[in-house]
Design a protein around this ligand. Structure first.
Ligand SMILES: NC(=O)C1=CN([C@@H]2O[C@H](COP(=O)(O)OP(=O)(O)OC[C@H]3O[C@@H](n4cnc5c(N)ncnc54)[C@H](O)[C@@H]3O)[C@@H](O)[C@H]2O)C=CC1
Ligand SMILES: CC(C)CCC[C@@H](C)[C@H]1CC[C@H]2C3=C(CC[C@]12C)[C@@]1(C)CCC(=O)[C@@H](C)[C@@H]1CC3
Length: 347
């Protein structure tokens, strides 16, 4: 049964990010008192108390944790940045620090934003259930490797004195997204979205940010004494698996760019991505460069990866609030600056 949280205070670690800011807005709407902890400042809101600091430093965290009922930990370095040292420092060591600081401050609940990628290693996943999918034995990138460590550490910390739960979203998109839409538009403006990787029939989940927020808040309201959610991980999706390239086509054409149409062999692209990764590793002592074509991106664009969220429906009372049609419309409308400038000239 969901606990009453009217006027309960929470701390959103990573609250100045894409998901974090939407989470703050959702929590405020639900009557929570919201503190934000982040290493940077990206917005102002008179209803929120902001604490600027590094989650790797306990002395920075402790003042932000005073009187907090629940921590939402959704901080991470940018998933596609490929900075191994930073990923380990923030996602693994930093999360251990968050847990220690929570316990020292007497905080009783933590909702971790994990990732569906923790079980993904480039092989197809179709309607994957949490209890059937082990952590990836060979993660495709450092981000995934450290998200596994982060989730495992967080769930192992669960106890009757400190309830934890992990939310595994997949492919979050929506207004103010910093990755999916901007990267896709950047590729389109460089003429790199003519191509379809593979046969174009791989089925995936994309999750609207409003649904991810809803899942997080339900998780916070449900963990506690005797809850089946304590110490568990939950897939939170839009519950509408879609062909990856249909989603990309709808996003691109919705923003005035042409649809991808030339098929390229998946295995060829994957080998090219592996070669580029090897070259980047060889030259890394001299120069750091991150190839735009990575094995992870190629695998995500060319294989099935969609997940079952029945457990979240059963234990958290989750169901998507926004459909994919509504989500794509809201997202496309929120990015006038991302529209194809050539489209206006042609109209
Ligand atoms: N964007 C996506 O498609 C998905 C994201 N996720 C997870 O959702 C969470 C949020 O992701 P986004 O909002 O997309 O990322 P984001 O980069 O927009 O937000 C992350 C926030 O964490 C903060 N942060 C990073 N290092 C910090 C540190 N040392 N101390 C304090 N704050 C720090 C950043 O300043 C940023 O504001 C992450 O944990 C990510 O792994 C999971 C699945 C999909
Ligand atoms: C036309 C182009 C091939 C489009 C490229 C789109 C990509 C930039 C995105 C498609 C799937 C996205 C994705 C993530 C980042 C952006 C994409 C690769 C994540 C890796 C972000 C972090 C996570 O936790 C994963 C679950 C996401 C998986 C999907």
């Amino acid at each position: 049964m969901a606990a009453s949280v009217k006027n309960k205070k929470c701390l959103v670690i990573g609250g100045c990010g894409f998901l974090g800011r939407h989470l703050c807005e959702g929590l405020l709407e639900r009557g929570w008192t919201v503190n934000v902890f982040d290493i940077r400042s990206t917005f102002e809101d008179s209803r929120i108390k902001f604490f600027i600091g590094d989650l790797c430093k306990k002395e920075d965290l402790l003042p932000a944790l005073e009187g907090v009922y629940c921590v939402f930990h959704c901080a991470s370095p940018a998933p596609l940045s490929n900075n191994k040292a930073l990923f380990y420092k923030v996602n693994y060591e930093g999360t251990r620090n968050v847990i220690e600081a929570c316990k020292e401050a007497g905080v009783k609940r933590m909702v971790l934003t994990s990732s569906a990628s923790v079980v993904y290693e480039g092989k197809g996943i179709r309607n994957g259930r949490e209890e059937e999918l082990p952590y990836a034995a060979k993660p495709l990138d450092y981000y995934t490797e450290t998200k596994i460590l982060q989730e495992r550490t967080s769930l192992e910390a669960n106890s009757d004195d400190f309830y934890t739960v992990a939310i595994r979203p997949h492919g979050i998109f929506g207004p103010r997204d910093l990755q999916l839409v901007p990267i896709t538009v950047d590729m389109a403006r460089k003429g790199k979205t003519k191509f379809i990787i593979g046969d174009g029939k791989n089925v995936v989940d994309f999750t609207y940010v409003g649904n991810v927020v809803h899942g997080h808040i339900l998780a916070a309201e449900h963990i506690g004494p005797g809850s089946p959610a304590n110490g568990k991980a939950y897939h939170i999706t839009n519950d509408e698996p879609i062909f990856f390239w249909t989603f990309m086509t709808r996003l691109l054409t919705g923003l005035g760019y042409p649809a991808p149409r030339i098929h390229l062999p998946y295995s060829l692209l994957y080998v090219v991505a592996l070669f580029l990764q090897f070259v980047a590793w060889i030259v890394s002592p001299l120069v750091i460069f991150t190839p735009s074509l990575s094995p992870m991106k190629v695998a995500l664009a060319g294989t099935d990866h969609f997940y079952n969220c029945e457990n979240a429906k059963r234990d958290l009372g989750y169901s998507p609030v926004f459909t994919l049609d509504q989500a794509l419309k809201l997202t496309i409308e929120s990015y006038p600056e991302m529209r194809n400038p050539e489209e206006k000239k042609g109209s």
